[in-house]
Design a protein around this ligand. Structure first.
Ligand SMILES: [Zn+2]
Length: 249
């Protein structure tokens, strides 16, 4: 069994090395370039998006709003053929999925994987993911706090980059506790320019676990809002997650 495991690990490592060699410098993410010691700054995320934009005609860049400190919050719409308006999305008949990273900007892994998956869909071997859906990615939802990096912010997280940003936004608000009161600049942008405008079927919010230990590398949870409708909750829990789980094995 151990031998099989080692073989799989080796295979994965070989693939990662092969992939690294295949991508030009500007399309290799910061953690990969730094042997997972560093995470990307706001400017580095923006230049990664602009490198993708130069090489692909299936990408449309918009901003859902501007943070308190004046950073525009990017959202990248991936569709084949390219789509630039919600009306075009609706007319295509394809469902829209919205995926965001970095709501807590100490939890940087979602931000990095979103950049990588956008690259692999647009320029790598995952273009088929645009066959029947439109994907909107917001890699860096909490823009301001991402760049306030410091060492030792995630002491209970295994393999955290050396320096990461802080959890709250620059108004001192936890963006994952702002869905009802909507006081944050980011929440206003998300509601106005993503949810109401693009009307996604599903919202995926990426976090990193800190301080608790699980038997799994990746965990998930449905929306726990008790005033929400039961049917989407049941569908997520009873149909969607078991299917994801099955495909992940
Ligand atoms: Zn979180």
């Amino acid at each position: 069994m151990k031998r099989i495991f080692t073989a799989i690990v080796l295979l994965i490592s070989t693939q990662i090395i092969a992939q690294q060699k295949a991508w030009p410098e500007e399309l290799i993410t910061v953690p990969v370039k730094s042997n997972y010691q560093k995470t990307s700054t706001y400017a580095e995320v923006m230049s990664f998006i602009s490198a993708l934009e130069k090489k692909s005609d299936l990408l449309h860049l918009e901003y859902m709003g501007t943070s308190k400190e004046g950073k525009k919050i990017p959202m990248v719409i991936l569709a084949n053929p390219k789509i630039t308006t919600p009306a075009e999305a609706k007319a295509s008949g394809k469902p829209v999925l919205y995926i965001q990273g970095n709501i807590h900007s100490g939890e940087v892994e979602g931000k990095e994987i979103v950049q990588q998956i956008m690259r692999d869909i647009l320029l790598g071997d995952k273009k088929h993911l645009l066959d029947n859906q439109i994907l909107i990615f917001a890699p860096i939802y909490n823009t301001d706090s991402n760049d306030k990096m410091k060492q030792g912010r995630r002491p209970s997280q295994e393999d955290s980059p050396v320096e990461v940003g802080i959890r709250s936004n620059s108004q001192g608000l936890d963006l994952n506790r702002d869905g009802i009161k909507m006081e944050a600049f980011e929440t206003a942008g998300l509601i106005q320019n993503v949810l109401l405008k693009w009307d996604p079927e599903m919202l995926v919010d990426l976090h990193t676990t800190n301080g608790t230990w699980h038997g799994y590398g990746i965990t998930y949870a449905p929306s726990y809002h008790y005033a929400g409708e039961k049917a989407p909750y049941d569908y997520t829990w009873d149909v969607l997650f078991p299917e994801v789980d099955k495909k992940d094995r």
